[in-house]
Design a protein around this ligand. Sequence first.
Ligand code: KIV
Length: 259
Amino acid sequence: MSKNLGAWDKAKRDGRKMSMITAYDYPFARMADAAGIDAILVGDSLGMVVAGDADTLRVSLEQIEYHTRIVAKGVQKALLMSDLPFGSYEQSPAQALASATRLIKAGADIVKLEGGEAMVETVAYLSARAVPVCAHIGLTPQYVRQFGGFKRQGKTPEGAARLLQDAIAFAEAGARIVLMEAIPSPLATEITQRIAAPTIGIGAGPGTDGQVLVLHDVLGLNQDHVPAFAKAYLDGAKLIQQAMADYADDVRSVKFPTS
Ligand code: KIV
């Protein structure tokens, strides 16, 4: 898949599903790109899976900028998306443009922001100023305190109607991708059918145009909070810990190094 967002629109029209994974450094970005993943997200989930925080709220723009720069070195073909972290865009569209500009200059092809109606003006503002935007709706982790935890969204008829309205408004404002997290599968499918922009889901069922997962969940490296909808393709923590234990044993028994 190309970095060209027109190709993403075509993939949606053609019914070709798209894959996205998070990455926070050069070696994993390089592997994801070589594996043929369509998009790589420098997510503010790094606050949780890399920095060990309980939520994403402490991640700074400087951190995302730094990780975008090192991830970009490993990405040739995939679309590179970077998160606007909490506190870097909510004040005004101008604040969002200043922050997004830094991420684009660091190597991002598109920036992602979280929210609903209050962010529609910002999406239009960025889109009109050469910044492609992905709108993240549903379980938006930056709102964890308002939600009272990492809770599924859109479960009531009113909540579902609001998310549909938000998705339509974001797409009309110019959002190039709409990402939906932890919402009912039929709602995600309906939103996908109602908007022209490609949709990416996480915990939103199979009806979206693509899927995203957090790298550490895919590789089984996350030993803390693993969402129920995640799928591990490797028991990474066990394998890596065993390799480290083998190394420590070899040092203790003087099997390594050899003369
Ligand atoms: O920060 C992140 O990794 C994300 C994904 C969970 C979509 O926003």
